[in-house]
Design a protein around this ligand. Structure first.
Ligand code: AGP
Length: 626
């Protein structure tokens, strides 16, 4: 996906545009660009391949002074990641005099048909992107609308009509920021399927793909909904809906501080967010655990206790790391509440047609709340009449808006592409859900009370687990040049093995596979040799001895072993090559604690390999395309 910003105000637009793009760079970093406009009615466009820094360097000696502008940071869907395909795109009589310029996030599925029609009309295309079709279509409609106009300059209504007619011809998704040469006082935004927010302040109005760029500029925010068109000026905001016309928009107060999105003393967001986990866990559980009732409290499920008690099956759907959290959720909810739980990859669920029981409750788990497959799977479940709930981190995200209710993680903005604090907050949320459903059924008051006390101890336990950071860095030095890793765990820690492997893959580019430890003998043990380390996740618990046997099988074949083990374990150090110890915690809470050393291990290995841990190659923070 891509990141969009816009500014109309009293100050130099490029300052906010560049700062805002830096905060959105996690959404895509193949290329970047800005377009600015002042009363001279000359649109200035500056673009650069690569990161925002390259764009800022290009602008450094000629920063535009205009007070209106739009900006874009790209994750390529159509067309190579090069200067030509960088946004903003423009259309006009000549390349030197753009009439209209746009920034786009999304995918236009009928772009080629539109392109052919526009070429026949004489439009010249210079990029390989789908987005360019939009800007030529806008220019085409502008010409038509202006042809019958009596006003010297295009009016708000005319330009809103131009945009409405244009987007009516688009198939696919779009988050658009649009600037017309003759109207330097105005940005028009349009949304379908790709998020857009508007920031409101006395001196300016802002446009962004999500709230992160607004922190420190304003805490007044308006979330645009699908099929809405916004006319954004320095001191006004007008929103219309394709079908219902004028919208009386609601201004909400943003809960993000600039400190939440700035690096502070950390070298990168991933390390910052790993070390934020004690606090993010506190934020996730705050106000949601009742010792008086020995259960969890959720304000946004929008279902009564009676309706929830009648739930006879739970379906969890997600992608990537969120899918690993869902797997932990299956173990948790089934153990605590004895309700059958099904976990489905969202990309599979949306095209499958699984048999479902009448009282199935569907949860979509998504940090960003924008993942296309997860959104589509929830829409399919909704079409079948099932109640759908979202477990999201980004407030006002599409999944949060479209679900029948849900639970926000309150983990704070997660900027690093590799999900860390959101993962542990997702698991904590699912733990509290397991407690809630358990107390609706068979968990006693005393049992509920004990679970709550264990949960409340988690932040300081995670703080203790983080103290192994320097030891883990030394271990990473031993293994950072290998080409393959195996991750093994059982029961609650089988998903931990999958997540540990994904962390390593996505930021260090080392091939890694996670398995249930017992599966080793069914094939993967053929991979074991002295060049292939295995991470065995084996804290004290019901399956410890079984994993110890697997560890011995690996050692018998010369494979190096890194053990994630309990502080009290006196056996493992005699066999494993390296041991990373974690504090004792009840077995059902181990996934939150045992992932901490694996996050740090992948981080340090990636750093030693010179990889960009915040912006790994080929990835984006949220996959808003299929
Ligand atoms: C996790 O480290 C990855 N960034 C990726 O697997 C991610 O979890 C997945 O794309 C789902 O994203 P979401 O939680 O925002 O839906």
């Amino acid at each position: 996906m891509c990141g969009i910003v816009g500014y109309v105000g009293t100050q130099r637009a490029s300052d906010f545009l560049l700062a805002g793009l830096r905060r959105l760079e996690y959404r895509g970093y193949d290329s970047a660009g800005i377009a600015t406009l002042d009363e001279s009615q000359q649109i200035e466009i500056c673009k650069s391949p690569g990161r925002i820094d390259a764009l800022a360097t290009k602008l450094s000696d000629c920063l535009p002074q205009a007070t209106t502008g739009i900006g874009h940071t790209r994750w390529a869907t159509h067309g190579a990641a090069n200067l030509t395909n960088a946004h903003p795109h423009f259309s006009g009589e000549t390349v030197d005099c753009p009439e209209v310029t746009i920034v786009h996030n999304g995918v236009i599925e009928n772009y080629d048909a539109l392109k052919q029609l526009l070429i026949q009309k004489g439009h010249e295309f210079i990029t390989d992107t789908d987005s360019e079709s939009i800007v030529h279509l806008l220019n085409d409609h502008l010409t038509l609308v202006r042809r019958d106009s009596n006003s010297e300059l295009p009016t708000d209504e005319e330009l809103a009509e131009v945009v409405k007619q244009t987007v009516a011809k688009l198939q696919g998704t779009y988050g658009l920021g649009i600037v017309f040469r003759e109207r330097p006082d105005l940005i028009i935004a349009a949304r379908l399927g790709s998020p857009l927010v508007v920031g409101v302040s006395d001196q300016a109005h802002y446009l962004a793909s999500d709230a992160a760029p607004l922190a420190g500029y304003t805490d007044q925010i308006v979330y645009l909904a699908d099929h809405q068109i916004a006319l954004i000026k320095q001191d006004s905001l007008q929103i219309t809906h394709r079908d219902s016309g004028q919208v009386h928009h609601q201004i909400e107060t943003l809960q993000i501080e600039s400190g939440d999105v700035d690096l502070g003393e950390y070298p990168n967001y991933m390390l910052k967010e790993i070390f934020e986990q004690p606090q993010s866990l506190r934020n996730t559980m705050r106000g949601r655990l009742s010792l008086d009732d020995a259960t969890s409290i959720f304000g946004g499920l929008n279902l009564s206790a009676r309706e929830l008690r009648n739930v006879d099956r739970i379906l969890l759907t997600a992608c990537g790391t969120s899918w690993h959290a869902a797997l932990v959720g299956e173990y948790l909810i089934e153990q605590m509440a004895q309700i059958p739980v099904e976990v489905e990859y969202a990309s599979e669920l949306r095209y499958r047609n699984p048999p479902m029981s009448k009282n199935t409750l569907v949860f979509g788990i998504s940090q960003s709340g924008e993942t296309a497959d997860t959104l589509a799977a929830l829409r399919e479940m909704k079409r079948k009449g099932y109640p759908t709930l979202g477990i999201c981190n980004v407030v006002g995200s599409t999944i949060a808006q479209e679900s029948d209710g849900g639970i926000y993680l309150h983990a704070g903005p997660e900027i690093g592409v590799a999900s860390t604090k959101a993962y542990t907050s997702q698991i904590l949320t699912l733990t509290m859900l397991g407690l809630y459903f358990g107390r609706l059924h068979n968990l006693s008051f005393e049992q509920g009370h004990q679970i709550i006390e264990s949960i409340q101890r988690l932040p300081e336990i995670v703080e203790q687990a983080l103290e192994s950071n320097s030891q883990i860095k030394q271990i990473a030095e031993k293994y950072h040049q290998v080409n393959n890793f195996l991750y093994l765990g059982r029961n609650f820690n089988f998903p931990t093995a999958l997540e540990g492997a994904l962390k390593l893959k996505e930021i260090s580019y080392i091939h890694a596979e996670g398995y249930p430890a017992a599966e080793l003998k069914h094939g993967p043990i053929a991979l074991v040799d002295e060049h292939t380390p295995s991470v065995c996740i084996m804290p004290q618990g019901s399956v410890y001895d079984k994993v110890m046997s697997n560890l011995e099988e690996i050692k018998a074949r010369g494979g190096p072993v890194i053990a994630i083990a309990s502080e009290s374990d006196t056996r493992v150090a005699q066999i494993a090559d390296d041991v990373i110890r974690i504090p004792h915690v009840e077995e059902f809470l181990q996934p939150i604690v045992s992932i901490i050393p694996l996050q740090l291990l992948s981080y340090h290995i990636a750093q030693l390999r010179g990889c960009d841990v915040d912006k790994p190659r080929n990835l984006a923070k949220s996959v808003t395309v299929e």
